[in-house]
Write a protein that binds this ligand. Sequence first.
Ligand SMILES: NC(=O)OP(=O)(O)O
Length: 316
Amino acid sequence: MTTQKKLAVVALGGNAIMQKGEEGNIHQQFANTRKTLDAIMELIRRDYRLVITHGNGPQVGNLFLMVEATRDMVPEIPLGVCVADTQGQMGYMIQQSLQNRLIREGYDRQVMTLVTQVIVDRNDPSFQNPTKPIGPFYTKEEAEKIQQERGWKMVEDSGRGYRLVVASPIPQRILETDVVSMLLEQEVIVIAVGGGGIPVVIEPDGTYEGVEVVVDKDYASSVLARDLHADLFIVLTGVDKIAINFNTPNQKTFDQLTIAEALAYADQGHFPPGSMGPKVKAAIDFLQQGGKEVVITSLEKVGEALEGKNGTRIVR
Ligand SMILES: NC(=O)OP(=O)(O)O
């Protein structure tokens, strides 16, 4: 059955579900997940076919710390499998919370979380140069101590504190794109590319092998949105609109940015890595590879953004 309904891919941050300043226990994560659904319901009410993607930065970092803390007691889990674990755990939270919300609001839509692998290049320079912040935030002093004692690379993350960084190669393709497409044809709401996807490389014989990295979920979501020919790619973040001179008296926000303007501001350093930088790049990549429409906004403003009254649209 072919449907003409519009398709949206919406990317949720892992930080929306495990928030800075909270302990991050499972009850808080479920509560935060339920809050994010107000944004998702704005799309469901407008009858979009829908793919929900999500980050896992805080969750996979915590799991990595659990693995490190118990390595003398139980077998170690590699980082790529930690991504798979968080994909399942977070997919379950989003799936069940959304199912409950749909039941309560009287919608007859199925929701499915798909274990999703993402292909990366084993020669990607990121394997030698970790850039992806994960896990809890530390003070400078704590980070220096951890770096000294454990040899982990720690970086300052967008003014929010210091975090562990891991390799994060550029995603090339989502392995299960055709399966996502089949589910969308049936108007199933698909949760996919959790944590940027479970990272794999292609072996010389054409088979797949996991690698120990965490892929950026905005880049992976952009790749999926591109290959699904999505009508709309929504990147959700902690601010309503893209800004330059962020958090200064000269802050300026935008309703719309052309690709050229966004690239120029990125070159001037307005969009830091680990926060707005990957979101803007993911949006530009989507548009440059045939994507139709991108909106970057906050969870709270999705409804207004869908009506063109909020958020930032990046346009060709
Ligand atoms: N994997 C990933 O990009 O997660 P966050 O968006 O939570 O950092």
